[in-house]
Design a protein around this ligand. Structure first.
Ligand code: NAD
Length: 358
């Protein structure tokens, strides 16, 4: 019997809709394992800008740091899309990742047997796909300074983003990926753009050094353009992919097509100890917000990852994952999974998962 305190950051759009359903599943799975959970809800993203003027307040960050884990929905939406606005929802997400020092973002890409026919890719190409993308999360293009807007000498508008990595930032995430590969099929594919980018050449150099210390694990390198093709062409070839912040962001959205929907893919963001951050990879989906039709599975599976990586409740994590398969195997589908019959609502889909929790 153990207890865990979790901060919930529902955020905006469908974030609160899917997070509420994830909590129902976590509570039942924890109780089945004889554990108790304490949840506290906090503001982050657009809703926080509306109420307190910033996307993430110092108090909320402090609460997150003091918790056992943080479970997030999604942030953003058209209401906060003004590019000239000082406060933007994404700032909260970036500040949270940095503040929790969660530099390794784990994004498992698994094609569940029941959904092979949902993807536009041929079923024989994607049957059995099960790989893990480890995306660097607290460096690279999304954090590099300077970031600025201005004018060129001849009066044109100009914008600058900076892509910067230091060797220690690369080493720690690549080592993380090797540790994970040791418990999987012992293969790491590092994705970079070393033919063009200096930062990628450093990435490759450090990765080769880390690889030399793990001779039992196969290491190969792909340029990001080739990797984006291979993920569609031969996705079963991958075991663990490790890559930088922006490449990982883009490649995992692409990979969600294999899994059938953005609404299927969870993520965990981890550092060297401290609370982990768990969230679906999808955004706030303004096009379906408030309709009660969002797929809750990515949020539910993010909760399973929270049990596994932050609390060590492996048995309960697996029970949740089995319950998701049970619900899908029985033919239950939300609208994004293109059901033959009437699609289930967010809550109905969760009811089916709860029904499969033994
Ligand atoms: P999105 O992921 O919100 O939506 C892309 C498409 O996938 C939409 O058609 C949406 O309806 C669908 N979709 C996403 N999640 C779904 C789910 N659970 N069930 C069913 N369908 C789902 O991406 P977007 O439209 O590019 O971005 C919308 C907003 O979300 C923007 O403000 C963006 O900045 C923000 N965003 C936030 C995060 C985050 O919070 N981590 C990530 C990406 C985008």
């Amino acid at each position: 019997m153990s207890h865990a305190d979790i901060i919930l950051l529902p955020g905006d759009g469908i974030g609160p809709e899917v997070l509420a359903q994830s909590v129902r599943v976590l509570e039942k799975a924890a109780a089945r394992g004889g554990h108790t959970l304490g949840f506290q809800e906090r503001l982050m993203g657009g809703c926080s800008i509306d109420r307190q003027g910033v996307a993430l307040s110092d108090e909320v960050l402090a609460d997150c740091r003091a918790a056992d884990a943080v479970l997030m929905g999604a942030v953003g939406g058209p209401k906060w899309d003004d590019p000239r606005a000082k406060a933007r929802p994404e700032q909260g997400m970036l500040a949270l990742r940095k503040g929790l020092e969660v530099f390794a973002n784990l994004r498992p890409v698994k094609v569940r047997a029941a959904l092979q026919d949902v993807s536009p890719i041929k079923p024989d190409r994607i049957a059995g796909v099960d790989f893990l993308v480890v995306r660097e999360l607290t460096g690279g293009l999304y954090f590099g300074q300077p970031k600025e807007r201005g004018k060129t000498a001849d009066g044109h508008e100009r914008a600058v983003d900076t892509l910067e990595y230091s060797d220690y930032e690369i080493r720690r995430v690549v080592e993380f990926a090797f540790r994970l590969a040791a418990c999987r099929h012992r293969k790491v594919t590092s994705v970079d753009k070393a033919n063009v980018l200096e930062s990628s050449r450093l990435w490759r150099q450090v990765t080769v050094e880390v690889g030399a210390q793990h001779p039992e694990i196969a290491l190969d390198h792909l340029l990001v353009d080739t990797a984006s093709m291979r993920i569609i062409q031969s996705p079963r070839d991958f075991d663990v992919i490790v890559t930088d912040n922006m490449f990982g962001d883009i490649l995992t959205d692409e990979a969600s097509v294999l899994a059938g929907s953005m609404g299927m893919l969870p993520s965990a963001s981890l550092g060297d100890g401290g609370p982990g951050l768990y969230e679906p990879i999808h955004g706030s989906a303004p096009d379906i917000t408030g309709k009660g039709i969002a797929n809750p599975v990515a949020a539910i599976l993010s909760g399973a990852m929270l049990f596994r990586y932050s609390l060590g409740w492996e048995r309960e994590a697996e029970a949740i994952e089995r319950a998701v398969d049970y619900a899908l195997d029985a033919g239950n589908r939300t609208a994004d999974l293109q059901p033959a019959g009437k699609p289930l609502t967010t809550k109905e889909m969760t009811d089916c998962v709860l029904g499969g929790l033994e």
